[in-house]
Write a protein that binds this ligand. Structure first.
Ligand SMILES: Nc1nc2c(c(=O)[nH]1)N[C@H]1C(S)=C(S)[C@@H](COP(=O)(O)OP(=O)(O)OC[C@H]3O[C@@H](n4cnc5c(=O)[nH]c(N)nc54)[C@H](O)[C@@H]3O)O[C@H]1N2
Ligand SMILES: Nc1nc2c(c(=O)[nH]1)N[C@H]1C(S)=C(S)[C@@H](COP(=O)(O)OP(=O)(O)OC[C@H]3O[C@@H](n4cnc5c(=O)[nH]c(N)nc54)[C@H](O)[C@@H]3O)O[C@H]1N2
Ligand code: SF4
Ligand SMILES: [Mo]
Length: 647
């Protein structure tokens, strides 16, 4: 027998899956061809979900009786665990107010019932939350300045374009299905170009690979624009009709001669020309802007500059970044944020360590995220979580770095153990993800726990207890294109309505080359070129490994390889050989890894799998400072600077 499920991980693809059930156990998970974007295959993580489901699981509630981190845990019943949690919560609310309560969740499982609906409890209380800016917020903010909303090309369009440019996007690893659709385009004669400072897996497979210095992309984009303008590739009629402020943009773009671009980016004029010519000669094109290129101190400027290129060529939203804003889903209703009279205090997710370390929160409730590995400034954050005056509750499927800092650990079911609905941020195909097997051990869903807690502390708002599917139905009232909510519940695959690509929600209703909103916010109305930070040692790029989703799947594949890529010239200068242990260090701390000498990285640049744990037991994010971007407050993981010495 097989059961239909949907992969709920934070991933571009959101695959349709089939789980094979034998004698009440999940025997395997495979791709389901009924989704035309994710088709019939899964990545190395998806195919091992039935294995991960059984390893390293939290099966019972626990109370910590030893100290944090990692002190002894005592197994307790749900009643006791919830009673203690509710008592602590009520006490903190009474003594310190709702601002001292922080709920911290992220996208471990993006299901509407798992990630969003349980937030109604915290919305009713007016508890503090983060700005959720760690992943993609700065790019969204950047796109809003010029395009209104940030949605763009739909994945189904990929096979029919003539050029696909992956800009800071390692799609072969981070979005295998979008990559596979791109290979279909190539089979039909399309070109694939990649812009990435290192020879990523995707760059290695591209027709054109352009490697700017990390963070210098905006200058490169202006360089491309200048060539498009001076060689007559620009669609003047389109710009006349659909854009605003092009003349001012043009003035700035014309300053970016190939020589100047080379100074700023290190890209030789010949390669710059190849990229620009590819854009000019191959229409239509799609520019796939990665979250990776956006995680730098100037990431928003990168996204602004890159996203305007397709408009020059006469394309309506000829980019893809994330389509989450294309759908008409009422998330504020689901989370209760718009139902509540209480407005939460919002703190930076990227700089959360500083707030936690200062003891601003006395009660922290965590689910679907592993902050004690994934957020910046780990030493500081962990010190904060270990504070005696901070009560930490972690609702998790698996034991991890964060459960070591929990005062109470609560067991959660994985997606294979609960019904849910997952919305993709690339494609619009939606269907129910079914409970494949009963929850393991004593695990209980996020929604169940949040409602029990609400009852225990006496939350009176009725909407906190609304029937879950009724709430989801209401949030999807205007969302479905070709069927009803009952069709969804009956197991049908439906599509989400997508906003029109030629609608621009800017103040002028046009594509704003010159952003009026930026201007009123006191920002440069045109994409600007921030000075690159002084090179203090090496820039440490870090990104996905095919076998892991952030810190997940170590249960299946073992530790994330604690390695760093070093260019041969740098290695020679440092006297380091492949296999040597090296210390990466900066003012934040030290992480020990093994060197791998390779010309995949240029001199002055290192690369490591994101979220590795060093050989000295320190997470990579020990080295990440809690620095936020000016636009959108996003993360800067690809601007980490380190020095290197032999261990
Ligand atoms: N296997 C796997 N897939 C994943 C994930 C995972 O953990 N594992 N996580 C998912 C999530 S949440 C995210 S956010 C995405 C991220 O996936 P992507 O958007 O692909 O981003 P990254 O993999 O972080 O980085 C992509 C590339 O950007 C390059 N890069 C770094 N700095 C710069 C720069 O300044 N300019 C340019 N042009 N390029 C730069 C890096 O070298 C890297 O090759 O992946 C998703 N997919
Ligand atoms: N150095 C560095 N750090 C980074 C990044 C980077 O590029 N470099 N990228 C950042 C980005 S883009 C992102 S998106 C974040 C991701 O940061 P996190 O969201 O913290 O990443 P995960 O490690 O995937 O943690 C998800 C957790 O949710 C749990 N989980 C899974 N399913 C369920 C469920 O159904 N219920 C519950 N309760 N828990 C569940 C998993 O076991 C796991 O512990 O990391 C950021 N950190
Ligand atoms: S992690 Fe991404 S590619 Fe892998 S199965 Fe899930 S949705 Fe598909
Ligand atoms: Mo992310």
């Amino acid at each position: 027998m097989h059961v239909a499920a949907v992969c709920p991980r934070d991933c571009y693809d959101t695959c349709f899956m089939l789980a094979d059930v034998e004698e009440g156990r999940v025997a395997g998970v495979r791709g389901d061809s009924r989704n035309p974007v994710t088709r019939g295959f899964l990545c190395p993580r998806g195919v091992m979900d039935h294995v991960r489901m059984l390893r390293g699981r939290i099966l019972h509630p626990y109370l910590r009786v030893g100290g944090k981190p990692g002190g002894r845990l005592r197994r307790v019943g749900w009643d006791e665990a919830l009673r203690i949690t509710a008592e602590k919560l009520a006490e903190v609310l009474k003594r310190h107010g709702s601002g001292a309560v922080l709920h911290l969740e992220y996208s471990g499982d993006m299901g509407l019932l798992t990630q969003y609906l349980p937030l109604r409890l915290w919305s009713a209380l007016g508890a503090s939350r983060t700005d959720y800016a760690v992943c993609s917020a700065s790019g969204h903010a950047a796109l809003r300045l010029h395009y209104g909303l940030s949605y763009g090309v739909m994945p189904e369009e990929l096979p029919n374009v003539r050029l696909i440019v992956f800009w800071g996007f390692n799609a072969a690893i981070s979005a295998p299905h979008l990559w596979s659709l791109s290979l279909d385009a190539r089979m039909r004669g399309a070109l694939i170009a990649v812009v990435d400072p290192r020879r990523s897996e995707t760059a290695g497979l591209a027709d054109i690979w352009v490697a700017p210095k990390p963070g210098s992309d905006a200058a490169l984009a202006y360089g491309v624009a200048r060539i498009l303008i001076t060689r007559g590739y620009v669609d003047e009629g389109f710009l006349e009709k659909w854009s605003y402020g092009y003349e001012k943009y043009k003035e700035r773009a014309l300053e970016w001669t190939p020589r100047r671009v080379e100074e700023a980016t290190g890209v030789r004029p010949g390669l710059l020309e190849s990229l620009a010519e590819a854009y000019g000669e191959n229409k239509p094109s799609t520019t796939m802007i990665g979250f990776g290129a956006q995680k730098t101190v100037s990431g928003a400027e990168t996204v602004r500059a890159v996203a305007l290129l397709p408009a020059l060529l006469g394309l309506h939203r000829g980019f893809y970044y994330s389509n989450s804003s294309a759908w008409i889903i009422d998330l504020g209703y689901l989370t209760g944020e718009k139902l509540s009279a209480r407005k939460p205090r919002v703190v930076s997710q990227v700089a959360l360590a500083e707030h936690v370390a200062r003891g601003e929160f006395k009660f922290i409730y965590i689910y679907g995220t592993n902050p004690a590995a994934t957020l910046p400034a780990q030493d500081l954050l962990r010190r904060g979580l270990a504070r005696r005056d901070v009560f930490v509750v972690v609702h998790e499927t698996h034991w991890n770095e964060t459960t070591a800092y929990a005062d109470i650990v609560l067991p959660a079911p994985t997606f294979l153990e609960k019904d849910d609905l997952v919305v993709s941020y690339s494609h619009g195909y939606i269907r129910l993800s079914h409970r494949v097997v009963e929850p393991l051990g004593e695990s209980r869903s996020e929604l169940w726990v949040s409602r029990r807690l609400a009852e225990l502390i006496g939350v009176g708002e009725e909407w906190v207890y609304e029937d879950p599917w009724r709430a989801v139905e209401k949030s999807l009232e205007n969302a479905l294109m070709n069927g009803s909510f009952s069709d969804l519940l009956a197991g049908k695959t439906l599509r989400l309505k997508a906003r029109q690509k030629n609608k621009y929600q800017t103040p002028t209703g046009r594509i704003e080359f010159y952003s009026t909103r930026a201007s009123s916010l006191g920002l440069d109305p045109l994409p600007s070129i921030p000075p690159l930070p002084e090179a203090q040692g090496f820039i440490l790029l870090n990104s996905s490994h095919p076998n892991y989703t952030h810190t997940q799947f170590r249960e299946v594949y073992g530790p994330i390889p604690p390695v760093v890529h070093v260019n041969p010239d740098d290695a020679a200068r440092l006297g380091v050989r492949s296999g040597d242990r090296v210390v990466l260090y900066n003012e934040q701390g030290e992480v020990v890894v093994q060197a791998l000498i390779t010309d995949k990285v240029p001199p002055g640049v290192l690369w490591a799998p994101k979220l590795l744990t060093g050989l000295n037991g320190k997470p990579l994010n020990t080295l990440a400072p809690p620095i936020t971007q000016k636009i959108g407050g996003g993360s800067t993981y690809n601007s980490i600077t380190v020095r290197v010495k032999k261990a």
